[in-house]
Design a protein around this ligand. Structure first.
Ligand code: IPE
Ligand code: IPE
Ligand code: MG
Length: 260
């Protein structure tokens, strides 16, 4: 196993793209790619636990996927998801994985809603890793829902518009309670830097890592490579480059000694 860097992100999100292409390359039906993709989730989740990364958010199904993919594909995904949650619930508890759904629950099939709720309840006290699963998730929807909830509070007289700040917006997002996002990985990216309606507010100052490796092939080695790339980056959050800060300190110091 490749050596993981010391400086690790506290919150990683992954756009798990490329299942269909993976299947096509193997001469298999698309659904086999989804099967392999669900399987791979276990590998990357375990990697987060082994390394001590506390939060992983995964993009499993967008609102657009739900609306625009063939019914048979959605049915396959929903069945796979229900099975995954049913079979893995106990394992999640044993491994200390807190499961959290982000997205619109009410539009999902009732059985899936039930499994999501049961898994959230069963793992509520787990503290090793938080696994946030974006299923029927869309960032535009999330922000729209937040605006509506805030407007309702203002209308009811529970919130003064002057008191609305960035924190109050965050409190109304599906991701309320999760720490700031540090790293976004997109697999199957084919050199295209698309965000596909994922975590638009939360991306803020996240670092982006795009890879052509398709999700079912994105294993431990590939994940660690992404983490190493992240560790090499200097995050400035709008501030100055490190060398620039140093040289400004030097200039300020020499000006002080000249004037004394
Ligand atoms: C990502 O794989 C998983 C879902 C969107 C459910 P795709 O199904 O988008 O795979 P490609 O992009 O067609 O290869
Ligand atoms: C993004 O992949 C959504 C998920 C991985 C769940 P898509 O395959 O839906 O993205 P586009 O259509 O290429 O932007
Ligand atoms: Mg895709």
């Amino acid at each position: 196993m490749a050596k993981a860097p010391e400086k690790l992100p506290g919150h990683v999100a992954i756009i798990m793209d490329g299942n269909g292409r993976w299947a096509r390359r193997q001469g298999l039906p698309r659904n086999e790619g989804h099967r392999a993709g669900i399987e791979n989730l276990g590998t990357v989740t375990q990697c987060c636990i082994d390394l001590g990364i506390p939060v992983l958010t995964i993009y499993a199904l967008s609102t657009e996927n739900l609306q625009r993919r063939p019914r048979s594909e959605i049915q396959f995904l929903m069945r796979g998801l229900s099975r995954f949650l049913r079979e893995k619930r106990q394992e999640l508890v044993e491994k200390g994985i807190r499961f959290k759904h982000i997205g619109r629950l009410d539009e999902l099939p009732r059985g899936v809603q039930r499994h999501l709720r049961l898994t959230e309840e069963a793992t509520a006290d787990c503290g090793t890793l938080t696994l946030a699963a974006a299923i029927n998730y869309g960032a535009h929807r999330e922000i729209t829902d937040a605006v509506r909830a805030i407007a309702r509070k203002v209308k009811d007289g529970d919130l003064d518009p002057e008191d609305i700040d960035e924190g109050s917006v965050e409190e109304h997002l599906y991701t309320d309670g999760l720490p700031a996002l540090d790293l976004l990985i997109r697999t199957g990216a084919e050199k295209r830097g698309r965000v596909s309606n994922f975590l638009l507010w939360q991306l803020y100052y996240a670092e982006l890592y795009l890879t052509d490796v398709l999700w079912p092939d994105f294993g431990q080695e590939e994940f660690i490579e992404a983490l190493r790339d992240f560790a090499r980056r200097e995050r400035r959050f709008g501030g100055l480059h490190k060398d620039e800060r140093k040289s400004r300190r030097r200039v300020a110091g020499s000006q002080r000694s000249k004037s004394s």
